[in-house]
Design a protein around this ligand. Structure first.
Ligand code: CTP
Ligand code: MG
Length: 245
């Protein structure tokens, strides 16, 4: 069985400041589609190709490590070659949980990288300018993640389904990806890996490092269910998420 595709592009480029891990090894169960959501076509290109293009555009990103399921290694390679993404240096197989996929990605990060960026392969509408801002904030604070304020009123409920209290929205934040870290910060966090962690920040928080929130964008949707596909395709069609001139 193919274990991974390494050194896809050799380069004489300067050392990467930032190594980006794009995780796309999930099964997409909530999407309930025949084709895994990361490979679904979105206006002529697979979702994953849109995501990788957005990351590739970032000047601070020197290399991209793509994590997919073992059975998708060759499909992923075809997408990388067809999209002309020459920062994708390594494609490897992921693990059973998102965290395990990230952990495998971390072991491929180049020695020269000082920042590690982790992004979901199914967030195709992320702006390069926000990615750059998140990287800068991680350089300054050790760790930073994109986040937005919830738009809806949030209530705490009891186990019988009744409202218990209204939570102050100003104290809440919906966390997105990318999540960016100084390399030693994320490496140390993953030394105490806990498979129940739903994002990377939570492992970093446990080490005592404070994570700075970089204001994200409501267009940076994660493709999770069918209706997200409709919204993402409208966003890409209108290029509503693209860089402002
Ligand atoms: N992911 C991964 N490895 C896993 C599980 C998830 O690389 N074992 C990736 C997904 O491919 C996705 C990102 O982590 O890009 C966010 O996860 P999620 O939206 O939950 O995707 P899935 O786990 O694929 O979807 P579901 O939870 O509905 O099965
Ligand atoms: Mg999942």
């Amino acid at each position: 069985m193919l274990d991974g595709i390494k050194n896809l592009f050799s380069s004489d480029e300067p050392d990467p400041v930032c190594s980006a891990i794009v995780v796309a090894a999930g099964k997409g169960e909530r999407m309930q589609s025949e084709v895994k959501k990361q490979f679904l076509p979105l206006l002529g290109m697979p979702v994953l190709a849109h995501t990788l293009e957005a990351i590739e555009k970032c000047p601070s990103v020197g290399e991209i490590i793509l994590v997919v399921s073992e059975e998708d290694l060759l499909t992923a390679k075809d997408i990388v070659l067809a999209t002309g993404l020459d920062k994708v240096k390594t494609i490897i197989s992921g693990g059973k949980t998102r965290g395990e996929s990230v952990k495998k990605g971390l072991s491929e990060v180049s020695d020269n990288a000082s920042i590690v960026l982790i992004h979901d392969g199914v967030r195709p509408c992320v702006k390069a300018s926000l990615i750059e801002e998140c990287i800068k904030n991680a350089e300054k604070h050790g760790a930073s993640a994109l986040g937005v304020k919830p738009k809806n009123t949030i209530k705490k409920t009891d186990k019988n389904g009744f409202i218990e209290e209204t939570v102050d929205r100003d104290t809440l934040c919906e966390i997105q990806t990318p999540q960016c870290f100084q390399k030693e910060v994320i490496v140390r966090a993953y030394e105490n890996f806990d498979p129940s962690a739903t994002d990377d920040c939570v492992l970093v928080e446990k080490t005592g490092v404070r994570v700075y929130i970089t204001e994200g964008s409501y267009a940076n949707l994660k493709l999770t269910t069918r209706e997200d596909l409709t919204m993402l395709s409208a966003l890409i069609d209108a290029e509503a998420f693209s860089e402002e001139e």
